[in-house]
Design a binder for this molecule. Structure first.
Ligand code: NAG
Ligand code: NAG
Ligand code: NAG
Ligand code: NAG
Ligand code: NAG
Ligand code: NAG
Ligand code: NAG
Ligand code: NAG
Length: 737
């Protein structure tokens, strides 16, 4: 059999297993409003709290005067100052009823839980660890709706007894090992629970076992039993070994006196419910409870405490759709002028605010105007959005198309351009001191050129396109693609580019001595440009163009040959640059139809009229540069008379009138190279033929210039070591002259 210990008393098993389940009546619609904390809860001059506990009237602190509570000892809160924070007890410390909360509006009090435990060790019952609390609640019963009785253990019979031994209720739990128990589940395996009957004033816990825990001792030495608020205890399998409690509490119901409302109202001096309150009978018909009227809040036991709630101040507690008017104990809703209805939210007939017919017209007009304005706004927003999207798209496209194309091109031309690399935006920012104005070395139609120095002390030129001009970005990409195909010492070398920025940045080798244009037209510099140098420069440029036109894969037409696009280094070596407008010509096409691009003064008139781009356009432009070198005059000058503005026309007419040496640069005229000058002038004349077909090819031009140079270096008379190739050149010239 099993033994059961209840402070010496024994009980019959039938009694124990009898579960008295009496559900309490549902609580009335008490509002536990947050205002409870805001309102004054205590009589003036009385202690209002103990530790964390607010002491509301009709409860009062034991150290305040007796006026601070109602005239019943059960409503005394004893505050134990010896701990920090102080601990409040119901009635006095010896009651062991430690209070957590007192709620006035729903007449509840929360107390900490007393846990009973019944323990065993290998030699049997372990009396020193066991404990069976028995507490008499003098006036306030356990809440039957808010509490549960809970037993924990695997060899456990747990019960609560009535003081008079009239009834007992409880539950039992058995299990073979703890693997059967489930966390959070209190259904009879490791944990059991049962409801509390009404009017339970006596809290006497008894716990028993069937086999002295001998089969489960290793994981469950003790059984536990307690009453706790529903939800405040959560079973965990670990509790079988040692019960761990978070913040468990139980709930007591309280009421005033031992009379019903009706009886109490008869004696107006002892009746407790003041103005603006209701009286409600306690559940067991003994005692009554005061509550503030609907629409009021405060402490219903204090005079003048229940006051009107301003429902309109908090939109979550009033259902008004229109205007809200607070009135004593309630509120009303109304509709604005021009509307009718009850002003309350909801879809029923008469609910909400409905516009009056006369008002309807005005509102419709208003809506129409609103819509028009809205459409305008949407239009604006839409176009703004489109534009932004376009810009974004451009960036993206640039990165995708330009970047990918470039990568592809660079891969293809890996053999020729080994050094081309992608620079990071940061790298170039650093190289140019964040694009400092003082670093600008050139500003052209295509953008700005900065002088920069890379970390390895290499000086570079960085070309930055003008912001936001799509055609220039295309030209940039074009230039990269074209330059990536070229490997020639007389072409400015592209070192790499940067695609991370809004506009691409191109990085070139830095050519330090400026443009050919400067050298020809700056009087100081032009005097240092000897005939021999001029001839070499012309020959180098011609070589580059010839090379471009004859490129095996895809010939390239430069399209913008001019002295300003030819850079000179310290040794006066020519470097052709600015391939932004250059075109790659597919091999199967002799000419391309394009938009006319180029610089006035250098522009091929045939191309200008027909828009048919051929390599002969470069020949014409080169002819102009040649004349520039010969004469030192600008390709287009508005200082000259109208018919002489274009250098080409001026030159041709002078040649016609045999005035070549009048217009030739002084340096040249004085150098005694008249024969060569005449040859070059003739060559220029042929380059400047109106009809493209009649112009020589760049290859022929190059050969002739090379021939002239060789003749200068190796005078005919000492031509012993003339190699056969040169002889051929000279012969060609001879026949042509
Ligand atoms: C507790 O302390 C308060 C002041 O903090 C004092 O008024 C009260 O008398 C003390 N009560 C007890 C029981 O010592
Ligand atoms: C079991 O508990 C009893 C009572 O507390 C004690 O006297 C005894 O020594 C314990 N036995 C063991 C094995 O711990
Ligand atoms: C049960 O909960 C305890 C702690 O709360 C945890 O250690 C254990 O792993 C849980 N068991 C299961 C089966 O979830
Ligand atoms: C109780 O414990 C279970 C399992 O550990 C968990 O899922 C559940 O959320 C817990 N419930 C509460 C109220 O803590
Ligand atoms: C349980 O222990 C008690 C003494 O503590 C003993 O009288 C009883 O026989 C034991 N019961 C079982 C089933 O071991
Ligand atoms: C009600 O309480 C008073 C004291 O507050 C007591 O004298 C009286 O006997 C009680 N009446 C009943 C019916 O319990
Ligand atoms: C009314 O209550 C007061 C105070 O509790 C008491 O003195 C008085 O006798 C009561 N009167 C009646 C008629 O019960
Ligand atoms: C109501 O509660 C009182 C204790 O305040 C108790 O004596 C009485 O028996 C209860 N009445 C009923 C009808 O349960």
């Amino acid at each position: 059999m099993y033994t059961k210990r209840v402070e010496g008393r024994t009980m019959v098993i039938h009694e124990l297993l009898l579960k008295v389940v009496v559900l309490g009546a549902l609580l009335g619609p008490y509002r536990n409003s947050k205002a409870e904390a805001d309102d004054l809860m205590t009589k003036p001059g009385c202690r209002s709290s103990c530790g964390h506990l607010v002491i509301p009237y009709p409860f009062g602190s034991s150290d305040s005067s007796s006026n601070c509570r109602i005239d019943r000892p059960s409503f005394t809160v004893y505050c134990d100052n010896s701990t920090d924070p102080p601990i409040p007890y119901l009635h006095d410390k010896s009651s062991r009823l430690q209070i957590s909360d007192i709620f006035v509006n729903n007449h509840e009090m929360r107390l900490t839980v007393w846990t009973g435990q019944d323990c065993y060790n290998s030699s049997g019952h372990d009396g020193s660890s066991s404990n069976y609390p028995g507490i008499f609640l003098p006036e306030f019963p356990l809440s039957s709706t808010k509490n549960k009785f809970i037993g924990v253990g695997c060899d456990t019979l747990a019960a609560v007894e009535d003081r008079h031994g009239k009834y007992s209720f409880g539950c039992m739990s058995f299990c073979g090992d703890d693997s059967e128990a489930i966390n959070g589940s209190c259904t009879g395996i490791g944990c059991c629970e049962t409801s509390i009957p009404r009017n339970s004033f006596y809290y006497q816990i008894s716990i028993g076992s069937v086999s002295n825990h001998s089969n489960v001792l290793d994981f469950n030495p003790c059984s536990y039993a307690f009453v706790a608020e529903i939800g405040s205890y959560n079973f965990s399998v670990g509790d079988l070994k040692q019960l761990k409690f978070g913040d468990p509490h139980l709930v007591l119901d309280w009421a005033i006196g031992n009379q019903t409302c009706e009886e109490a109202k008869k004696n107006s001096t002892s009746y407790m419910c003041p103005k603006n309150t209701n009286c409600i009978d306690a559940e067991n018909g003994s005692g009554y409870k005061c509550t503030c009227l609907e629409g009021y809040q405060g402490n219903p036991y204090l005079e003048d405490s229940c006051h009107d709630i301003d429902e309109c101040a908090d939109p979550t507690i009033n259902p008004c759709e229109g205007k809200c008017h607070n009135i004593e104990g309630s509120y009303t809703c109304s509709c604005p002028k021009g509307y009718h209805g009850n002003g309350k939210k909801g879809g029923g007939v008469g609910q909400g605010c409905i516009v009056n017919p006369s008002q309807l017209m005005k509102i419709l007009v208003g809506i129409a105007v609103g819509i028009i304005v809205l459409l305008f706004n949407i239009g604006f927003l839409y176009f703004g959005y489109k534009k932004r999207k376009l810009i974004k798209l451009k960036e993206q496209y640039f990165k995708q198309n330009g970047g990918l194309l470039l990568q592809q091109q660079l891969q293809e031309c890996d053999r020729t351009i080994k050094t081309a690399k992608l620079f990071s935006a940061k790298e170039l920012e650093k190289a140019t001191d964040n694009y400092d104005e003082r670093r600008i070395i050139g500003r052209g139609g295509q953008g700005t050129v900065y002088k920069g120095s890379l970390p390895n002390n290499m000086v570079v030129a960085i070309k930055k396109s003008k912001l936001g001009d799509q055609s220039q970005i295309e030209q940039f990409i074009n230039e990269v693609i074209v330059l990536s195909q070229i490997n020639n010492r007389n072409v400015v070398k592209l070192l790499g580019c940067c695609l991370e920025t809004e506009v691409p940045l191109l990085v070139y080798e830095f050519i330090n001595s400026g443009t050919l244009f400067d050298h020809i037209h700056d009087p100081h510099k032009s005097s240092k440009l000897s005939w021999e140098t001029r001839l070499r420069i012309a020959s180098e440029i011609a070589g580059v163009l010839s090379y471009l036109h004859s490129m095996a894969s895809t010939p390239i037409i430069h399209r913008d040959v001019k002295s300003a696009n030819i850079l000179l280094d310290a040794n006066y070596t020519a470097k052709v640059s600015d391939f932004g407008t250059s075109r790659l010509v597919p091999l199967d096409k002799k000419q391309l139809s394009t938009m006319v691009q180029g610089t006035l003064g250098y522009l091929d008139p045939e191309y200008f009229h027909t828009s048919q781009l051929t390599e002969k356009s470069d020949v014409y432009s080169f002819g102009v540069v040649l004349v520039e070198l010969l004469t030192g005059k600008k390709a287009l000058s508005f200082d000259r008379p109208e018919e002489e503005r274009s250098l080409a026309a001026y030159f041709l007419s002078s040649l016609e009138n045999d005035k070549l040496f009048q217009i030739a640069e002084e340096v040249i005229a004085n150098e005694g190279n008249n024969e060569q000058v005449r040859e070059v002038a003739n060559l220029a004349k042929r380059c400047l033929k109106i009809k493209g077909e009649e112009r020589p090819t760049m290859r022929e031009v190059t050969m002739e210039l090379e021939g002239l140079r060789t003749m200068a270096n190796h005078p005919w008379v000492s031509g012993i070591d003339v190699n056969p190739k040169e002889t051929v050149h000279l012969l060609v010239e001879k026949t042509e002259v």
